[in-house]
Design a protein around this ligand. Structure first.
Ligand code: MEV
Length: 337
């Protein structure tokens, strides 16, 4: 039995714009996906997912395309999850040089699926790592990040950035601009998450931004402006001492930038009523800034707040199902056993 885990993430700045080569700064949070892989004697893949839907599900498929997948719980979440796992298995097979390698895979995750916290990236990263290790091979985090990116990109029709998968593989805060990826230093930030219980369709949301950008100059300008404010956010993080609590002045400006980023994402059409409501509940409870995180359309917001007020306000906010504090996850992918 081989188990790997990988963290989810929030975007401090830059989602969507990162798809067009602008920089983004995601940071990993202590919510993880655990994937266990065991080799099978045949070439089939059987997946059991404990917590990805309320009921969980089991699916099994073979290497022939017409033999895939045999789903016993019909759900769009099952379809999404099996799509990502199919691509993860393809990457693991390629890494170990055995196109017919079969696996028993179990997925357990405390990251809301499709909610903007990088659930699919965490599952893909952990799945490739566990599947490769279950066959006695090793894969370093940079190669793992690249393979996870290839897998995610295939599911999203070629429209994915390296941000989610790189952040999940490496942990901590990272900077992604096109193919350039690197970890960056960041202080522990007082982040609070609000989750509306829903999920956005990343592929559709990304396609919607592309269409808007092609039709309207303001959308292309908005993408560039998100890039500018991300660069400003990076400068602020770089000026902070990663071992000290961030200063109030730094937090104030980071919060302002998060507010601006949310406004710009709304202009690109990727916010939703429940995301906006949670953002405003957080701001009215004295959060220093709040924005949606990830693809949008539903799911999570991230707020910057030092006290307890924002988390409590979110609990009572219409449309918010769950709120929690998010600790920075310094560790990316981890071999659990
Ligand atoms: C999705 O978590 C983030 C997006 O920027 C898409 C991507 O970067 O692949 C919307």
């Amino acid at each position: 039995m081989t188990t790997s885990s990988a963290p989810g993430k929030v975007y401090l700045f830059g989602e969507h714009a990162v798809v067009y080569g602008e920089p983004a700064v995601p940071c990993a949070i202590e919510r993880r996906a655990w994937v266990t892989a065991d080799p099978r004697a045949d070439d089939r893949v059987r997946v059991e997912a404990e917590d990805l839907t309320l009921n969980g599900f089991t699916v099994e498929w073979g290497t022939e395309t017409d033999d895939h997948p045999d789903v016993d719980v019909p759900s769009n979440l099952v379809e999404a999850a099996t799509g990502y796992l199919d691509e993860a298995v393809a990457q693991a097979r390629d890494a170990i040089g055995d196109p017919d390698a079969g696996f028993e895979i179990t997925v357990d995750s405390d990251i809301p699926l499709g909610g903007g916290l990088g659930s699919s990236a965490a599952v893909v990263v952990a799945a490739i790592d566990a599947a490769v290790r279950s066959r006695g091979e090793q894969i370093d985090p940079e190669e793992l990040a690249d393979r996870a990116y290839q897998a995610e990109s295939a599911v999203q029709g070629g429209e994915a950035s390296r941000a989610d998968t790189y952040c999940s593989a490496m942990g901590g805060a990272v900077r992604v601009e096109g193919d350039n990826t690197r970890p960056i230093e960041a202080p522990e930030l007082p982040l609070v998450i609000g989750y509306d219980g829903g999920a956005g369709d990343t592929g559709k949301l990304v396609a919607g931004v592309r269409a808007l950008k092609e039709e309207y100059e303001f959308a292309a300008d908005t993408v560039e402006t998100i890039g500018d404010l991300t660069r400003r956010g990076e400068e602020l993080l770089a000026a902070a001492d990663p071992d000290e609590d961030p200063s109030p002045v730094l937090l104030d400006e980071l919060g302002d930038l998060m507010d601006f980023n949310h406004g710009l994402l709304s202009a690109l059409g990727v916010s939703s009523r429940s995301l906006d409501r949670m953002v405003w509940s957080a701001r009215e409870a004295d959060a220093l800034g709040a924005k949606l995180t990830g693809a949008g359309g539903g799911g999570c917001i991230v707020a910057l707040d030092e006290g307890q007020a924002t988390r409590r306000a979110l609990e009572y906010s219409p449309g918010c199902e769950q709120s929690f504090r998010a600790e920075l996850a310094t560790e990316g992918v981890r071999a659990e056993r």
